[in-house]
Design a protein around this ligand. Sequence first.
Ligand SMILES: NC(=O)c1ccc[n+]([C@@H]2O[C@H](COP(=O)([O-])OP(=O)(O)OC[C@H]3O[C@@H](n4cnc5c(N)ncnc54)[C@H](OP(=O)(O)O)[C@@H]3O)[C@@H](O)[C@H]2O)c1
Length: 271
Amino acid sequence: MFESLGVIGFGNIAKAIVTPLLDKTLLEPEQIHCLVKTRESYENIKKNYKYNINIHYINSEDASLVWECPVKILSVKPQQLESVKELNPLPNQNNQILISILAGVSIQKLEKSFPNHFCVRAVTNIPITIGRGITGISYTSSIDKEQKEFIKNIFERSGKVYEFEENYLDIFLALTSSAPAIISLIVEALSDGGLSGGLHKKLSEELVLEMMLGTILLLKEENFSTMDLKNMVTSPAGTTISALRVLEKRSFRSALIESIIAATNRSKQFN
Ligand SMILES: NC(=O)c1ccc[n+]([C@@H]2O[C@H](COP(=O)([O-])OP(=O)(O)OC[C@H]3O[C@@H](n4cnc5c(N)ncnc54)[C@H](OP(=O)(O)O)[C@@H]3O)[C@@H](O)[C@H]2O)c1
């Protein structure tokens, strides 16, 4: 695939991207060079990560090996970008690829921070940890077809990939990367509803998850529309319409719509 992969920041998301590449032997552990900030994380990864990759911390002697890799994944928090770019010992190397998974940071800003790199933005989500992720990718205009295929290939190991113009990435992030937290909140709240009705918490949560899985399969696999499904379970003067009335009164749908807009706007602010 390529001779070596540099990973700047080896936290939860970077591990979720890199591990399937190693599981599926697209890369060997010795081809991966990761950079973390602290000695503590370095020790932890050395001791606990299942592959014996090359790991470096920012003050270690051989940290520059990460920067020499022709392809790099940048996976620090957006607020840490400034500190990372100052570490680059090879700011003028040519024709390298930098794939950033930082929320909201534009390709233009990345190219200023990492001159002479082909910069790519990838927005991914937490289900990549179980191979069910969704990744949206946007490329700098100067990148060629072969390089695009090769970048797509990295993320296809852990889920579905969609290619977008960059201005859609903020809404893509809100809907796919932030929304797992919204869904978790809904699961938790519905389970608390069951608890309030006298069910044990664990059973209540199990019922909610099974109900959600079944509902999603009907929508996705059987092509039910959301309206059809809603009408099927909502009878005149019945229990479901009583529940839906409460949600309408409390502006539930509006709250969800606004939450996605808020996450989109926040992503834009990182640029
Ligand atoms: N969490 C999500 O659901 C999600 C989804 C999609 C995308 N993202 C994006 O993924 C990125 C990483 O998120 P995460 O949850 O994986 O973060 P994380 O677990 O906090 O990992 C951050 C990593 O960056 C390292 N780091 C920090 N400053 C550094 C520096 N100056 N030089 C080198 N390494 C440095 C940290 O090292 P130490 O451990 O030593 O501090 C750590 O390994 C974020 O930009 C986020 O927007 C997150």
